[in-house]
Design a protein around this ligand. Structure first.
Ligand code: NAD
Length: 509
């Protein structure tokens, strides 16, 4: 990525990572953002201190009332303008996502498209923040419910979707009348700075106050300030289950609300009636896309014994064709892992698979040599394992696909699919209607996402996104997810000349 391209997005060598709009400041330590693509430093970002944080909170509190008073469709108009800016900047912002995070340019562009899509969705939603009208049991009374802005929404985001996940929260929270404070991943601060700059310009052009959208940068310590802060009624946190457990406990302790989008351990069930061509494409994209660093990446393939050998052969042939290298080169299928720590986690997982009795259908290691200088490129792996093994039960954020054999009917496969602590995404490959319906039924998949003849990754923004169990239970993006960003109020109005009590209670004096 050239310096000129970075400058177009407002990225310079050293940048303040705290902002209350287009006002940038920070007094903390400098953190270097390094690209996993080529190992080069992109920029140094000055982290947020506690003092900077207090300034951000004060400014957000001041902006909160003004923003909430602006009619929702007018707030939608601001989000529409933001979406327009994103349309203009899509190729270059997509490139930054690819360069700083390491996903393919196609996927980087796809992430920005997701931002545009959620902006469009939120604009429409801004005219549909409906509450119900309820018939009162008392004569000449009227009841209804309405949704008010909740106030300040904190957004803690993960490195792997450095812009899209923030925008899911931001676009909806903004039309709902909330002000937002974003604690981006310390691994992708430049993406966050670029997005905040784009939004801040739109807010400034519309003469809106500072503090409607703020950005803070730093590691878990900065995230903890948000979780602990009683001034923040809603903390939306995306990341590992370990992080979610800490955030949830802290927020619950002060009786605040948290919206959690945590780890997955996603499986595709391959039945004897599966279309194997589609299955292989779906499984390979799901397992190696984004180098296995999607929350919805395919981690487990649960294959019926009748087609197990066929699937094995087809998979090992497909893996031979995977090209690994610079994700900005469209010829490559798979880019790097995010950093050296992620590479160590991959290596440890491979050792664990071996220790626990697994065998490798496709083995892998860390790549060295020309084009791999960053030290973050690894080969994708397929291992034959058993579902209950400790290593299979946990999410390893790397391109490792587990092959698990099942026999018997579809209920056996569903039992294996559900027998993990996480519950994000799941899929079945079958042309058998009965199997598909059992998989989708109340006793079928226990995940927040259940697909038929589609892989586990690549959700659209129109549906509610999220998962059960250790995935945290939150729902973001489409459907009625907007309700999480508002507080509901029930109103009862008496237009009679007496005061009847509910449940027929009499109280005379
Ligand atoms: P991570 O948990 O290490 O960090 C996520 C964010 O939380 C970062 O901004 C980090 O600074 C912050 N954080 C960490 N500990 C914290 C604490 N105790 N208090 C407050 N903030 C804290 O996750 P990661 O490595 O950046 O991302 C990968 C993980 O995210 C995977 O588990 C993946 O499945 C998950 N993820 C889930 C979804 C989803 O929608 N379910 C989407 C994307 C990523």
């Amino acid at each position: 990525m050239t310096n000129k391209e970075l400058q177009t997005l407002g990225i310079t060598d050293i940048m303040d990572g705290t902002s209350t709009g287009d006002n940038w400041f920070a007094q903390g330590e400098r953190v270097t953002s390094t690209s996993p693509v080529d190992g080069r430093a992109i920029a140094q970002v000055v982290s947020t201190t506690k003092k900077d944080y207090e300034t951000v909170l004060k400014t957000a509190e001041q902006a909160k009332k003004k923003w909430a008073e602006i009619p929702a469709p007018k707030r939608g108009e601001i989000v529409r303008q933001f979406g327009e800016q994103l349309r203009e900047l899509k190729p270059i912002l997509g490139k930054l996502v690819s360069y700083e995070m390491g996903k393919s340019y196609q996927e980087g562009m796809g992430e920005v498209q997701e931002m545009i899509d959620i902006c469009d969705f939120a604009v429409g939603q801004s005219r549909q923040l409906y509450g119900a009208t309820i018939h009162s049991e008392r004569p000449l009374h009227r009841m209804y419910e309405q949704y008010h802005p909740i106030g300040i929404v904190a957004i803690i985001s993960a490195f792997n979707f450095p812009v899209a996940v923030w925008s899911w929260n931001a676009a909806l929270a903004l039309v709902c009348g909330d002000v937002i404070i974003w604690k981006a991943s310390e691994k992708t601060p430049c993406c966050a700075i670029a997005c905040q700059k784009i939004l801040a310009k739109v807010l400034q052009k519309n003469q809106l106050p500072e503090g409607i959208s703020s950005l803070i940068t730093g590691d878990a310590t900065v995230g903890r300030w948000l979780a602990e802060d009683v001034r923040i009624p809603l903390v939306s946190a995306t990341g590992s289950t370990r992080m979610g457990r800490q955030v949830a406990t802290t927020v619950a302790n002060r009786l605040g609300r948290s919206l959690l989008e945590l780890g997955g351990n996603n499986a595709i069930i391959v039945t004897p009636d599966a279309d194997l061509k589609m299955t292989i494409i779906g499984a390979v994209f799901g397992a190696v896309g984004t180098a296995g660093q999607r929350c919805t990446s395919t981690r487990r393939l649960i294959v019926h014994e009748d087609v197990y050998e066929q699937v094995k052969i087809a998979l090992s042939q497909a893996y031979k064709q995977i090209k690994i290298g610079d994700p900005l080169n469209s010829k490559n299928h798979m880019g790097p892992l995010i950093d050296h720590q992620a590479v160590r986690t991959y290596q440890e997982a491979l050792a664990n698979i071996k220790d626990q009795g697994g065998s490798f259908l496709v083995s892998g290691s860390v790549l060295k040599g020309h084009g791999y200088e960053s030290g973050c490129y690894v080969e994708p792996v397929i291992a034959e394992v058993e579902n209950h093994w400790e290593i299979v039960q946990r999410e390893t954020f790397a391109p490792i696909l587990y092959l698990i054999k099942y026999s018997g009917d579809i209920t056996q496969a569903i039992a294996l699919q559900n027998a993990v602590p996480q519950g994000l995404s799941s899929a079945i490959m079958t042309t058998n209607l009965r199997e598909a319906e059992v998989f989708l039924s109340q006793n079928g998949s226990d995940c927040g996402i259940a697909n038929v003849n589609i892989g586990t990754s690549g959700a659209e923004i129109g549906g509610a996104f999220g998962g059960e169990k250790e995935t945290g239970g939150g729902r973001e993006s489409g459907s009625d997810s907007w309700k999480a960003y508002m507080r509901r109020q029930t109103n009862t109005i008496n237009y009679s000349t007496s005061l009847p009590l509910a449940q027929g209670i009499t109280f005379d004096f």
